[in-house]
Design a protein around this ligand. Structure first.
Ligand SMILES: *Cc1c(COP(=O)(O)O)cnc(C)c1O
Length: 223
């Protein structure tokens, strides 16, 4: 992976996002690219920051706490999104560090986030993760409880949910799952859709993604 250049890959991926968006009459500016930097260190991340990229995704609170405070101090405009599952006892730390959380998926976490947001006086953007393929091993709200959960978040905890996030089953064609997530977001009046990874982000963009989460296509393979 020594020859892999995240900066060259960034330009290529942004061009592919723009092409996919225009193909369906969308404005490419409505699609944000989250550079998923999990497992990569500052030496891989800094070139993207220096090239002007500002939006990054991490999947673990502790890992992000280790490497991001210094990077954020050097690049004050950078934004960090949490895309991995979040334990309720880390809600306070997550609210302090992240600008968005894509993995809100259960009442206990909603409660912990509401408390943390109130105490911090700072509210990350919130995405509710949906278990779109109904997979027992995966995180996310079950499809049949989504409407109730959203109502609970909004009225029970006064949380301002702005979108939905999902990871389709690994072994299946993702398009029907992306389409379903888009339909659910529209039904619930949610403007943001976090879907699409390295292997399928163009398809996700064509089906309405506002946030694509791209790791290996940018940084190279993970150990
Ligand atoms: C790691 C990760 C990604 C990025 O995956 P790639 O296939 O490397 O692009 C996207 N979303 C989530 C939730 C992840 O954990």
């Amino acid at each position: 992976m020594n020859s892999h250049s995240p900066v060259a890959a960034l330009a290529d991926i942004q061009a592919r996002i723009a092409t996919a968006a225009r193909a369906v009459g969308r404005d490419p500016a409505d699609v944000r690219l989250l550079a998923v930097s999990k497992t990569f260190g500052p030496e891989a991340i800094s070139p993207l920051l220096d090239a002007g990229h500002r939006l990054f995704g991490e999947n673990r609170v502790q890992e992000a706490q280790g490497k991001w405070p210094a990077l954020l101090a050097e690049h004050p405009g950078a934004q960090l999104h949490l895309i991995g599952s979040l334990q309720s006892n880390k809600a306070r730390e997550a609210v302090a560090l992240f600008d968005a959380i894509h993995s809100l998926d259960r009442p206990s976490l909603a409660h912990a986030l509401a408390d943390a947001i109130q105490n911090a006086g700072r509210a990350p953007e919130l995405f509710v993760q949906v278990n779109i393929g109904n997979e027992p091993q995966k995180g996310g709200v079950a499809l049949e409880t989504l409407a109730d959960f959203l109502r609970q978040c909004r009225t029970g905890w006064s949380l301002d949910v702005s979108g939905l996030m999902a990871i389709p089953p690994a072994d299946q064609h993702p398009a029907p799952y992306f389409a379903l997530l888009a339909k659910l977001a529209a039904r619930h009046g949610l403007a943001h859709l976090s879907m699409g990874m390295s292997a399928d982000f163009e398809q996700a963009v064509r089906l309405g993604a506002t946030h694509v989460r791209v790791g290996s296509a940018l940084f190279g393979g993970r150990a």
